[in-house]
Design a binder for this molecule. Structure first.
Ligand SMILES: [Zn+2]
Length: 329
């Protein structure tokens, strides 16, 4: 580590430790060298960053990660990432899709997790991973899609296996994933199951392998997939607890890691409810209620769904400003 990097690390630690900018300013910094980097002058932040602006406009523009020690900062849907690492676009048993989005970044623990899962995939009968969105180089909110994926601990993995050849750059943009569903979930009384022509035991083995990794907090899948997994597992059902039904997630599954030990200000979600989640909760998810749109009664106005305003820079943890202004690596 160079002296500058050490200082940057120290500055980051101060901020991450929950100190406000004002407090951070009162902490005497080493005086033998002037602390020049504007990125670490808290007063500078306030004067240069428009804190009321949507954070996605700023994080969406960053092409490279912050040259700082790795840190997942804040919550999965309200945070950012320091020291991001890229998942290489090709490995022996993975390929990154949609390269133009530049979202193949994560905390090193996520990169490590994906590489390990990819390496185990062929033995499970799964040729390799097609990796979708991870995070932006410095995490944060995105210009399009995803409320989460902000702190470098979320990754989407396609439910389509990797072909036995390299996709071209163009193919990585244009190839579509395949839905695992039998039919339209939104029709009353629909059969909310996976399509046996598309779903296979190797899908189950791959998701089980992912869920059995101790670093995983949750895996989000369509309720139809959760049902298939509940039926698949006949022995140790512990891992099913981490596989959570959610809307969407029938073209890909979404892996979320727990906060890594180096990320003091990362906010974990509460652990999933006890049990395998194959009982009443799943029954509800497979019923009409979560899916079939409710028609307004005659004379009743349709319910207005209020859109949440976009997160501003001010809404994110303060240290995200430091991360935004830091030099790139
Ligand atoms: Zn996702």
């Amino acid at each position: 580590m160079t002296t500058t990097t050490t200082k940057l690390a120290a500055a980051l630690l101060f901020l991450v430790g929950g100190l406000s900018h004002v407090q951070a300013e009162t902490i005497p910094l080493p005086t033998h060298k002037p602390f020049k980097t504007p990125a670490y002058n808290p007063a500078h932040h306030a004067s240069t960053l428009p804190l009321h602006e949507p954070a996605k406009l700023h994080f969406g523009k960053k092409k490279n990660p912050a040259a700082l020690p790795p840190q997942a900062v804040g919550g999965y849907a309200k945070g950012c990432l320091a020291g991001g690492e890229a998942l290489p676009k090709d490995g022996e048993s993975w390929q990154v899709m949609r390269l133009s989005r530049n979202r193949n970044w994560g905390h090193p623990e996520l990169v490590d997790f994906l590489e390990a899962l990819a390496n185990d995939a062929p033995a499970l009968g799964w040729q390799g991973l097609l990796v979708g969105d991870m995070a932006q180089p410095r995490g944060g909110p995105m210009l399009t899609g995803h409320a989460s994926h902000q702190i470098g601990l979320d990754a989407d993995i396609w439910l389509t296996p990797m072909p036995d050849r390299r996709f071209t750059r163009k193919e990585r943009e244009s190839t579509s994933a395949i839905s695992m569903l039998k039919g339209n979930m939104e029709l009353p009384g629909a059969d909310r199951s996976v399509d046996p022509k598309k779903w296979s035991d190797s899908h189950s083995r791959l998701i089980r392998r992912a869920a059995q990794d101790e670093r995983v907090a949750r895996i989000f899948v369509s309720p139809a997939i959760k049902k298939a997994l509940c039926e698949y597992e006949t022995e140790d059902r512990d891992w099913l607890r981490r596989v959570r039904p959610w809307w969407g997630h029938h073209y890909h599954f979404h892996v979320r890691l727990k906060c890594p030990s180096d990320s003091a200000s990362c906010v974990n979600q509460p652990a999933p409810p006890r049990g395998d989640g194959c009982g009443d909760e799943l029954t509800w998810w497979l019923s009409d209620e979560p899916w079939v749109p409710v028609k307004p009664k005659p004379g009743e106005k349709p319910k207005e769904v209020k859109k949440k305003p976009p997160l501003t820079l001010d809404d994110l943890p303060d240290v995200c400003q430091t991360i935004l202004l830091a030099d790139g690596k």
